[in-house]
Design a protein around this ligand. Structure first.
Ligand SMILES: Nc1ncnc2c1ncn2[C@@H]1O[C@H](COP(=O)(O)OP(=O)(O)O)[C@@H](O)[C@H]1O
Ligand SMILES: [Mg+2]
Length: 308
């Protein structure tokens, strides 16, 4: 894979050295695309998918922001940003810190930024309940940041929101703030269980809070092509979501799971490994689909797909 490595340097697993850029840039969307990465099941690859896609798009020259909306802070860890003592998305949601103040640069990626989370975010589910427009706090904060970035001439191309494993107020805030829903599905037994509930939340939010939201992308994670089960899950997802599924499964790969303990994505930890290559291909596909992206066009296309 020529575009996964800029140089032939040995991989340094401890520290990100230099910057990551692909030789061939990725297609720039006509306007900002905001994805929420959600699945109320834990451990299905939400965080891994968020950080590696964001890193890949940033390597492709696109300005990308990751918002860590999980109190566990795994996305912040994987991107190697501070997230224990500093203010993050919790303080933004509570209105105590302006969003512009909590944006952090991600080492090794000139185009990648992150808003971290901390364990205080767990209280947000409770503290948000009594707030005015409690479902729209994140949306309003993102709008403020996007406006500030645009007026500084450095607008984002992509924003990814990494959701916690629940369908509570944090996830509803993410659904309300995004235009596109990305669902990672782990290729295992019970993979499709719970999907009905997730899709119900999606349609309620779409109806009540955010008409622009479209389920645009489904990604198969931790795929092991040798097992019949994984292939059965893939076939089933393909038949239900022919347009949404990106037919490049992410393989189960040990390098992918090692990378976070070095505060890295697999894109820097081992860019030539199968997991990194797959995420890069998926990112390119997402970027291609997003050429001239317009959320209204997307929902019309998907409605057509549903009736087929
Ligand atoms: N493609 C993969 N290959 C191997 N391990 C993976 C892969 N994707 C995710 N993992 C591991 O599976 C676990 C759960 O993934 P994670 O992205 O944290 O899920 P979620 O955010 O949905 O809870 C983590 O330990 C992660 O490192
Ligand atoms: Mg996670």
């Amino acid at each position: 894979m020529d575009d996964s490595r800029e140089t032939q340097e040995p991989v340094n697993p401890k520290k990100v050295i230099g910057t990551r850029r692909l030789k061939e840039a990725m297609a720039k969307p006509a306007k900002l695309r905001i994805f929420t990465v959600a699945n109320q099941k834990g451990g299905v690859g939400k965080t891994t998918t968020t950080v590696n896609l964001a890193a890949s798009l940033a390597m492709g020259g696109l300005r990308t922001l990751v918002i860590d909306l999980d109190p566990q802070g795994n996305a912040s860890t994987a991107l190697g940003v501070e997230h224990r003592e500093n203010d993050g998305i919790y303080e933004v949601l509570m209105g105590t810190t302006p969003i512009e103040k909590v944006v952090q640069k991600v080492a090794g990626f000139p185009h990648l930024e992150c808003i971290s989370s901390n364990t205080a975010l767990a209280q947000a589910e409770i503290n948000l309940v009594s707030m005015v427009a409690r479902e729209l706090r994140l949306k309003e904060a993102i709008q403020e940041l996007v406006a500030a970035k645009q007026s500084a001439g450095v607008g984002y191309d992509y924003i990814f929101i990494d959701c916690p494993p629940s369908l509570g107020l944090l996830t509803v805030n993410a659904f309300a703030a995004a235009q596109e829903l990305l669902i990672p599905i782990q290729c295992e037994y019970y993979a499709l269980e719970g999907l009905t509930q997730l899709l119900e939340t999606y349609s309620v939010v779409k109806k009540r809070l955010n008409n622009d939201l479209a389920l645009s992308t489904i990604i198969l994670t931790m795929f092991d092509g040798r097992t019949r089960l994984a292939n059965d899950v893939a076939a089933s997802v393909r038949s239900h979501f022919p347009n949404e599924l990106i037919d490049i499964p992410i393989p189960r790969a040990v390098r992918v799971s090692e990378a976070p303990s070095y505060g890295q994505t697999v894109m820097t930890y081992d860019p030539g490994s199968p997991g990194a290559i797959a995420y890069l291909q998926v990112a390119r596909e997402i970027a291609e689909r997003g050429k001239g992206f317009d959320s209204n066009v997307v929902s019309i296309n998907y409605k057509k797909g549903e009736s087929a």
